[in-house]
Design a protein around this ligand. Sequence first.
Ligand SMILES: [Zn+2]
Length: 196
Amino acid sequence: MEFPTKYLIIVDPQNDFIEGGSLAVDGAKKAMERLSFFVSQNARYYEKIFVTQDFHPENHCSFTENGGTWPKHCVANTNGADIFPKLKEVLADKENVVYTLKGKDVDVDQYSIFSLKDGDVTNKYGKEMLEELQKNPTFHIDICGIAGDVCVLNTANDLVQLIGADRLYILEMFTASLDGGAKLRDFAEKNSIDLI
Ligand SMILES: [Zn+2]
């Protein structure tokens, strides 16, 4: 009999970040296809699979038209904010999946589901997620998703501060970055985190 011994965090596997979307990252489709197959084969080894989603109001502050950095993306309840279809299908019949939302407030951007401020987790989904991750302090935490140098990096960095780097593994083959992966690799090296 097999028991789960780890957690999986999938950061923002959403249509707008994938080729064809409004803020597409090169290689995201390939990464999400590989991840979908992996999850179909390995979901049972995970105590919980957390999926984070960028979920913005129409007039969000991060959009260039509102003075922000990014093209309009992941507007709540649109196809762009929805999960990559193949992954969505694979996750649909799994009972250990937890969906979490970030960037919902119009004037706050949240790259990380934890969105640490002065050491405190400011996102309510992030708070619940942290409590779960702390329940099994020996379990490994695998993290992957899009974009590697933005939201994956920020989430991983918050995790290092919240629970340390020891349990953390970055699944590089299921991650796509705007910068080709340089920042994430640099972060992993600095914190002695294994890239898999
Ligand atoms: Zn966003």
